[in-house]
Design a protein around this ligand. Structure first.
Ligand SMILES: [Mn+2]
Length: 327
C-alpha cells in the first residue's frame, strides 16, 4: 500500500509561524483546486491565521460557481506589508496562477500539490505526485497539525478527491490507503451519493445539446486510435457554455473501443486555440508531455494548452507528437 510521505518540519513551522496567509489556486479552477483552497483556508483559520482566498478565475464550471464570492480576484497590495505566507495549491507550474504570480512576487511560498510535471518552484513544498488529489495532501496537513477534520472540512476534501478521480474511476489497484482516507471522510458524515448528485446532476438541456453537437463534430484519426473534436468560434453560441460539456465529451470519446487519446480543440480568437488532451489509462500516451511542449501543463492522462497557430499548422505540429506515442 502507498504511504503518504511525512509532512516535513519546515512545512509545519511555516504554517505555525504565519499570522497572515494568502491561499491561491490555478486559473480556470476545478473542484480539486477550489476545495483545496477552502480546506487550506479553514486549516489556517483554525490556527488563528488571517486568511485571504485569491483566484483569477473564471469560475466557469458549474460545480464550483457557488464558491466564487469567497474569492478575491487580486491580492490587496497593502497585504504585502504584513509579510503574508502564500500557499499555492494544485498548481504544476508557477504560471498556473495567472497574473497573481506578479502580485505575490517576493513573498514566501508554500506549495501543496499532487502534479508530477513542471519544474519545482516555491520556497517550501509538500508535493505528493501519487496523491489522487491536492485535497488529500491537505488532509495530511490536518493530521500533522492535529486539527480536527469536521464534517464540513471532510466534504471539501472528498469533493476535490471525487473531481480528480472521476468519482473513483481513475483509481487502480494497490491504492488501499486512498480508501482508508475516504473511509475516514465518510465517517464524519460525508455522503458519496449526495456529492455524486451535486457533481454530475444539475445539467441543462442546452448543455446536453451542446455535447451532442461536439460529438457530431468529432473525427477519428490514426485508424480510430485518436478522436478529435473541433469547436470553431461562434458555431455553438446558441448553447449553454456555462455548463461545460467537455468532461462528458472526454468520457464519451474515451469509451470508444480502441481509443488511446482524445483532443478537444476549441477556437478562442484569431489563431488562438485551447486544446484539451485526455489519454486512456491503458494507453502509453502521456498528454502532459505533449501539452508541455506547447507551453501547457497537466498530468499524464489529462492536460491542456493554449496554442497560437493557424489550425492547419497546429495540426501539423501536434499530430506527429501524438502518433509517436500510439501503440
Ligand atoms: Mn488536482
Amino acid at each position: 500500500m502507498f504511504e503518504y510521505p511525512e509532512v516535513e518540519p519546515n512545512v509545519l513551522s511555516a504554517i505555525h509561524d504565519a499570522s497572515v496567509a494568502i491561499v491561491v489556486g490555478h486559473i480556470s479552477p476545478d473542484g480539486d483546486c477550489i476545495h483545496s483552497q477552502i480546506a487550506m483556508a479553514k486549516l489556517l483559520q483554525s490556527l488563528s491565521v488571517e486568511v485571504h482566498l485569491v483566484n483569477a478565475g473564471p469560475f466557469s464550471r458549474k460545480e464550483i460557481s457557488e464558491y466564487e464570492p469567497l474569492f478575491a480576484r487580486h491580492v490587496d497590495p497593502q497585504l504585502k506589508e504584513k509579510n503574508p505566507l502564500v500557499v499555492m495549491v494544485d498548481c504544476s507550474t508557477l504560471d498556473r496562477i495567472g497574473y497573481i504570480g506578479d502580485e505575490i512576487q517576493g513573498l514566501t511560498t508554500l506549495v501543496v500539490d499532487h502534479h508530477a510535471s513542471g519544474s519545482r518552484f516555491g520556497d517550501i513544498t509538500y508535493i505528493v505526485p501519487k496523491s489522487f488529489s491536492t485535497t488529500l495532501c491537505i488532509m495530511q496537513l490536518y493530521k500533522a497539525l492535529e486539527v480536527k477534520l469536521t464534517h464540513e472540512i471532510a466534504e471539501h476534501i472528498f469533493f476535490g478527491f471525487a473531481t480528480d478521480t472521476g468519482f473513483f474511476k481513475f483509481i487502480g489497484p494497490y491504492r488501499g490507503e486512498t480508501f482508508n482516507l475516504v473511509a475516514q471522510l465518510v465517517e464524519t458524515g460525508v455522503s458519496p451519493n449526495e456529492v455524486y448528485n451535486r457533481m454530475e446532476g444539475g445539467h441543462t438541456l442546452s448543455s446536453r445539446l451542446y455535447l451532442g453537437k461536439l460529438l457530431s463534430s468529432t473525427t477519428p484519426l490514426f485508424e480510430g486510435k485518436v478522436m478529435m473534436a473541433i469547436e470553431e468560434k461562434g458555431v455553438f453560441t446558441d448553447y449553454d457554455a456555462s455548463d461545460r460539456p467537455s468532461d462528458s465529451l472526454y468520457s464519451q470519446l474515451l469509451g470508444i473501443e480502441g481509443v488511446q487519446a482524445v483532443l478537444y480543440i476549441k477556437h478562442l480568437e484569431g489563431d488562438s486555440w485551447e486544446v484539451g488532451f485526455r489519454a486512456s489509462h491503458n494507453s502509453n500516451v502521456d498528454v502532459g508531455k505533449i501539452a508541455a511542449s506547447f507551453g501547457g501543463g497537466g498530468h499524464k492522462k489529462a492536460a491542456g494548452a493554449t496554442i497560437k497557430l493557424p489550425l492547419e499548422a497546429l495540426k501539423a505540429k501536434l499530430f506527429p507528437l501524438i502518433e509517436g506515442q500510439l501503440i
